[in-house]
Design a protein around this ligand. Structure first.
Ligand code: FMN
Length: 409
């Protein structure tokens, strides 16, 4: 349980997305968190205090002024800010965002925003109509709050409550829970990866045959994205260079989209000197057409020949020029190979760690959510991992990288 015994203060404002909050509370509780809810007056028009308090198993606060005679109620707006390990405001309305940016604290939600201890993460999930979100005042207030260290998680695009399409939808409770977990973990860990620059490639590349066709592979990018998420959770500054995939960018990760192996290589080169760790998790196409045909190749002949030329090895290219403090990490995906092949690759490409990745097309390899890895480091010590979720496997790989960094200190 990633949020075991963590105190999450959840501020709910008067937006239509408040209907997702009961589910969010359930997910947070499932992760072991203690949840206390503060609501604005408007929020209670969208979701009842009874539902929120029943699910959180705590009374819901709204007013600063105590209604009972209990002495601990008098300074509750301060105590609640001190209690929290993270303050999550979801949905954050345009109105409350403006109040927070201005420092107004006329209700429990806005007052406890100011009393939260400075080293604790504040997360805002703005949700509103697309035009409202794009408005100059909302954008100005959000960028000011972000400059002050708040984590502003931009809304998603899609159909809005108004029936129109636009950017303004609050992410689903699962995504919000993920972001909270990361924020709480990042502020607590003292990993050797904290502040390190980690560059990760992910996904497939596309090599153009003509303007409408390409050569590619089945890589989904899931392993690379899981590594990016795990590295960011350990406090690393992560740049994720990805081929075309349909995945949500992990929080705190800088994403660069590329298409061909050549574009991927150029993007990696730009980070070559500045990065501390390079992880080549992309399934870079081994070959590309010698020359892409301009326009659309017409279906006039029974057969067609495409001459292919080998693509440069991006990982080996990085390794070749890496400085003593830099680490190069790679994968060896095998359908019929063995550990010896992975060991040879580790040596030949001068890698610091290689993940030998068995491929059975069902539980391990491309597209699926699980993976079976064997980690081999530069001293040829071997760590066999069982079948794990790609996220868990990524975390284990990051642990092994931390070990390498610690041993080279
Ligand atoms: C049906 C309805 C839906 C609303 N949805 C949103 C919304 O999604 N986001 C938002 O910023 N305001 C929304 N509003 C406006 C807010 O409720 C209003 O600005 C209110 O003053 C916000 O108060 P609060 O920030 O104290 O919660 C909505 C209003 C209504 C009537």
């Amino acid at each position: 349980m990633k949020l075991n015994d963590k105190n999450i203060l959840l501020g709910v404002c008067g937006g239509i997305a408040a209907y997702k909050i009961p589910l969010l509370i359930r997910l947070l509780k499932k992760q072991g968190a203690n949840v206390r809810v503060v609501v604005t007056r408007a929020a209670t028009r969208f979701v009842t205090e009874l539902t929120l308090s029943t699910l959180s198993q705590e009374p819901v606060c709204q007013d600063i002024f105590p209604d009972g005679s209990s002495t601990d109620e008098w300074t509750r707006h301060i105590a609640i800010g001190e209690w929290a390990d993270a303050y999550v405001i979801a949905p954050a309305t345009a109105n409350t965002i403006a109040k927070l940016a201005a420092g107004i604290c006329d209700d429990m939600l806005s007052a406890s925003f100011i009393t939260l201890r400075p080293n604790k993460p504040k997360l805002l999930f703005p949700a509103m109509d697309g035009e409202m979100f794009e408005s100059a005042s909302v954008q100005r207030n959000l960028s000011w709050l972000s400059e002050q260290g708040c984590i502003v998680v931009n809304p998603e695009s899609g159909q809005l409550a108004s029936g129109q399409c636009g950017t303004g939808r609050m992410p689903e409770p699962e995504t919000i829970t993920d972001v909270i977990e990361q924020a709480v973990t990042i502020t607590q860990n003292d990993s050797v990866l904290r502040g390190k620059s980690v560059v990760i490639t992910a996904g497939p590349t596309r090599e153009k045959i003509d303007d409408v066709r390409f050569i590619s592979n089945y890589s989904s990018g899931k392993m690379g994205f899981a590594l990016a998420k795990a590295a960011a959770a350990k406090g690393a500054e992560v740049t994720l260079i990805t081929g075309p995939v349909h995945l949500h960018t992990p929080e705190g990760v800088t994403r660069l989209n590329v298409e061909s192996s050549e574009e991927m290589q150029n993007a990696v080169r730009e980070h070559h000197t500045s990065c501390d760790i390079f992880i080549g998790a992309a399934a870079v196409a081994d070959y590309r057409p010698v020359e892409a045909i301009s326009g659309k190749f017409r279906k006039e002949h029974e057969t067609m020949e495409i001459s292919l030329v080998k693509n440069p090895d991006i990982l080996a290219g990085f390794s070749e020029q890496k400085k003593a403090h830099q680490l190069a990490i790679g994968f060896s995906l095998e359908t019929a190979g063995n550990l010896d092949h992975a060991k040879a690759k580790l040596k030949q490409k001068k890698l610091d760690l290689i993940a030998y990745n068995t491929f059975d097309g069902k539980t391990s390899g491309f597209e699926v959510d699980t993976n079976m890895l064997t980690l081999i480091d530069n001293s040829l010590s071997i760590q066999e991992l069982p079948l794990l979720s790609k996220q868990k496997a990524a975390e284990k790989m990051l642990d092994a990288i931390e070990k390498l960094l610690n041993s080279s200190k």
